[in-house]
Design a protein. Structure first.
Length: 327
C-alpha cells in the first residue's frame, strides 16, 4: 500500500487529498496517514496541507524498493527487487537468489559492495551511496552460444540510460565498459550457470559511478563519475530505472534473432574506438590493429597492418589514442 501511495503522489505532481487516497485504495484515513508517516521516516519530504492533502516535495538519495518500483516502467525487469545496505557483491547475491529459484528479472541493488567484482577477477570499487551497483537474474530463452552478447545489450542500455538520466553522452568500449571523455564510468560483468548446452540462468552485473567526487590517485586518470563530468549530482533512482528500461527493450529485440543484427548499427554508433588503433591482448599474445565495428555476432572486427581483417570474439582490448584510458 505504501508503494501505491508513493506512485500516486509521483504521478500527480501536486496535492492529492487524503479522501482521494482513501477511495482509490479502499483504506481509512488513519491507514493513509500511517503510510505517509512511514514514507517521511524513510526520507521522503511530503507536504501536508489541510483541505489540500499531500504533496511529494523531494525523494531521498537512498535506494528504496518502493522508489524503484514506482519509478520503473518495465514489463518484467525489476518487478522483484532486493535492496541491501551492504553486500559482498550484487552479482554473488543475485546468483544466490537464482540458485534458490529467483524469477526472471529479479533485481539486486546495494548502497555498498565490500567485494565488488569486475571482469577477469578484478575488484570493483563501490563507494557507499555514490553509485548504482546492481545485478539482475535472467532466465533467457536463448542458445548458450548466444548468451555472451547480453553483455553488449547491457552496455548499450547503460549508454542510453546515462544519456536519459544525466544528459551526457558516453561511449562503449567493447565489450563491457562505458566511457565518458575517455574515462571509465561503468563496468559490466555477465556470469552464467549452465548444464551441458542448456542455460540455467544468467546474472548481469552493472556498476555505474554516479556521484563519486574523488577517486584514488592510482585510478584518477582512468575513472570518472557522472558528478565529475556534469558538475551536478545524478538521480540514482532515475539512472537505475532508465538503464533497466532500455535493457528490457533491447533484450526483447535481441531475443527475436539471438544476434545483434537489429542492434548492430546503433551499438557501432557508440563505439569508442571505432576507426582507431587498439592493442588486442589475449594471454601473453598481443598485437596492434585498427578497430572496426561489431558484426551481427557481437564480435569486434579488426584490421592488421597488412589490411587483413579478423573477428575478435573474446580477449582484452586496450584502447590507444583515447586520453586517460589506455590499459
Amino acid at each position: 500500500m505504501k508503494e501505491k501511495i508513493l506512485i500516486r503522489l509521483k504521478q500527480c505532481g501536486g496535492y492529492v487529498s487524503g479522501q482521494e487516497l482513501c477511495e482509490t485504495f479502499g483504506v481509512s484515513r488513519t491507514a493513509v496517514w500511517k503510510h505517509i508517516k512511514a514514507l517521511k521516516e524513510e526520507g521522503y519530504v511530503i507536504d501536508s496541507v489541510s483541505n489540500k492533502g499531500y504533496k511529494l516535495v523531494k525523494s531521498p538519495d537512498i535506494l528504496l524498493a518502493e522508489d524503484i518500483k514506482s519509478s520503473l516502467s518495465t514489463s518484467w525487469l525489476g518487478k522483484t527487487v532486493k535492496v541491501m545496505k551492504t553486500v559482498d557483491s550484487t552479482n554473488l547475491e543475485a546468483r544466490r537468489l537464482a540458485e534458490a529459484g529467483a524469477s526472471h528479472g529479479t533485481l539486486v541493488t546495494a548502497e555498498e559492495q565490500t567485494s565488488g567484482k569486475g571482469r577477469r577477477g578484478r575488484s570493483w570499487v563501490s563507494v557507499p551511496g555514490q553509485g548504482v551497483w546492481m545485478s539482475f537474474v535472467l532466465r533467457p530463452d536463448v542458445e548458450l552460444e548466444n548468451s555472451s552478447m547480453l553483455t553488449l545489450v547491457a552496455a548499450l542500455a547503460v549508454e542510453k540510460g546515462i544519456k536519459d538520466a544525466a544528459g551526457i553522452d558516453g561511449k562503449i568500449k567493447w565489450p563491457n565498459d562505458v566511457l565518458i571523455n575517455g574515462k571509465k564510468v561503468c563496468g559490466i560483468l555477465t556470469e552464467l550457470s549452465a548444464q551441458m548446452d542448456e542455460l540455467n540462468y544468467i546474472v548481469v552485473g552493472i556498476g555505474i559511478n554516479a556521484n563519486i567526487e574523488q577517486f584514488p590517485e592510482e585510478v584518477r586518470d582512468k575513472a570518472t563519475s557522472l558528478f565529475l563530468e556534469t558538475g551536478k549530482p545524478a538521480d540514482r533512482i532515475a539512472l537505475l530505472c532508465r538503464v533497466l528500461e532500455h535493457f528490457e527493450h533491447d533484450y526483447e529485440i535481441f531475443k527475436k534473432t539471438q544476434d545483434f543484427s537489429m542492434l548492430m548499427e546503433e551499438y557501432n554508433s557508440f563505439l569508442a574506438h571505432r576507426g582507431q588503433e587498439i592493442k588486442v591482448m589475449r594471454g601473453n599474445d598481443e598485437y596492434m590493429c585498427k578497430s572496426g565495428g561489431i558484426n551481427r555476432r557481437g564480435e569486434l572486427i579488426v584490421e592488421d597492418s597488412l589490411g587483413r581483417t579478423r573477428e575478435i570474439f573474446s580477449g582484452e582490448v586496450s584502447i590507444r589514442g583515447i586520453h586517460g584510458y589506455s590499459v
